[in-house]
Design a protein around this ligand. Sequence first.
Ligand SMILES: [Cu+2]
Length: 294
Amino acid sequence: MSWRLSVGDTGAGTRRRARGRVARSGIGAVAGLLLLSGCTGQDLGLPTGASSDTDPTAQLWLGAWVAAGVVGIFTFGLIIWAPLRYRRRSEDEIPAQVRYNLPIEVLYTVAPIIVVLVFFFHTIQTDSDIQPTAEPTHTVQVLGQRWSWAFTYLDEDATNGESVYSVGSTAERPTLMLPVNETVQIELRSQDVIHSFWVPAFLYKQDLVPGRENSFSITPTREGTYEGRCSELCGLYHSRMLFTLEVVDRDTYDAHLQDLQAAGNVGNADGASITRDISGLDEEAGSSEDGAEQ
Ligand SMILES: [Cu+2]
C-alpha cells in the first residue's frame, strides 16, 4: 500500500513539474516573440500612424498578431504536449508506433490553406479601405533615381502657379515637406530601376516603376519629422536612398516653396540636368564621408 502511494506521489510530482515546464516554455515563447517584434507593448512594434488612412493597416497588423498568437500557442502546445503525453513510461514498454493518420494529415494541409486565404482576404480588403476619398489639394511628383530623390511641387498657389523642386544626393538626404491635414497627391516616377517610396509612419509604400505612372493620395495628420526611405533593393547605395519628411503647418509649407523658388529651383525635376547626376558618385569617389546607413 505504502509502495503504491509512493508511486502515485511520484507520478503527480512528475506531472506538476511537466506542467511547470510547459508554462515556463509558453511564457518564454511569448516573451521571445514580443522581443523579436521590437514591441512597445502598445502597437506591437508598429509605428504610430501619421496620416488619416492608417487605421485599416493597424487593424490588419493587430489581427495578424492575434492569428499568429493563436496558431503559435496551439502549435507550441502540441509540440510540448505530444512527447510528454506519449513518452515511454517504463523500461520494458514501447509506446504505440503509429505509421500515419489520415484525419491529422488532412487537418495540417487544410488548416494552413484556410489561414493563408483569411490573410489574403483581409489584405485585399485593407488595401481597398486605405484609399482616401478626399480630393487632393496639392500634387507632389516624386522622382526616384539611383540613389536619391527629387521632389517637385506642382503648380502651387504660393509660387504663383510655378512648379518648384528640391533634390538630394546619396551624401545629402533631401527633405519632402507636406502641409498637415491637407490631402496631397503623390505621383511616383523612376528614371532607371524600380524603387519604392516608403514612409513607415504612413504605414504605406508604393513602387516607382520605370515607364509607369503610379500615384496615391495621403493626408498627414501629425506635424513632425519622419523617416523616409527606398524599400526596393535598387543597387549598390540602396541603403543610402533616404529622405526626411517634414509635416508642417500651411504657412511653413508655403514659405518653403517660396525659398525653393528664390533659390532658382523652378520647373520640374523630371528630366532636368540636375537629376542626371543625382547619385553624386563623383563626390563619393573623392570623399571619406561615411553617409547614413540604413
Ligand atoms: Cu531605390
